[in-house]
Design a protein around this ligand. Structure first.
Ligand SMILES: Cc1cc2nc3c(=O)[nH]c(=O)nc-3n(C[C@H](O)[C@H](O)[C@H](O)COP(=O)(O)O)c2cc1C
Length: 166
């Protein structure tokens, strides 16, 4: 892949909220897992775990935690990113870095994604079979989708990037 092709890959990413409900294939799940597994982490501690919610019934059941995001019930996959260290900002970053790589892989597979920051974190332990050490940082919906949609405008580079000082 050339740098130009990679940039185009990033430029076509957008938040998708029109999933078809079709589950992902095992091969798609494999590539998404591998993308997350190879991500950088603070001191290589890998203080992150991911609960993959797959299959129509499981996704619909779990989407109840994502109350403000009813479209999540039709995702092909929900990813719950879990930090194993409540105290550590690095551990939170570890979760996000993996999930960002998983998102990029999902788009490379022709799937759409949407981050889900709004969900009932207190309900999640009950849904995954009990309290685990750490906390649920983030969810992401992944799946096949309908419609073209539109990418949102992004800030110009000279408003976002500064050379050496503000
Ligand atoms: C940390 C984070 C949390 C988000 N939470 C939600 C959410 O709960 N529901 C939702 O529909 N979109 C959510 N989004 C998606 C943003 O609304 C979206 O990324 C933003 O509007 C820019 O649009 P784009 O992704 O199409 O470029 C979240 C994004 C991020 C990065």
């Amino acid at each position: 892949m050339t740098p130009q092709e990679l940039l185009q890959q990033f430029q076509k990413r957008r938040s998708v909220r029109t999933f078809t409900g079709e589950p992902l294939t095992d091969e798609e799940l494999h590539f998404i897992e591998e993308a997350g597994r190879w991500a950088a982490s603070s001191s290589n501690r890998q203080a992150r775990r991911f609960i993959l919610i797959h299959g129509r019934e499981e996704v619909a059941r779990f989407a109840q935690a994502a109350k403000m995001n009813p479209f999540a019930a039709k995702a092909g996959l929900l990813i719950l990113g879990w930090s194993t260290n409540v105290e550590s900002r690095g551990a939170t970053a570890d979760v996000f870095i993996s999930m960002t790589q998983m998102e990029t892989m999902a788009w490379a597979l022709g799937l759409g994604t949407c981050w889900l920051g709004t969900f009932a974190r207190d309900e999640v332990p009950g849904m995954i079979g009990g309290a685990a050490p750490g906390w649920p940082v983030m969810m992401m919906a992944v799946g096949r989708y309908e419609g073209e949609g539109q990418c949102k405008a992004k800030m110009p580079a000279d408003e976002m990037f500064f050379r050496g000082r503000f």
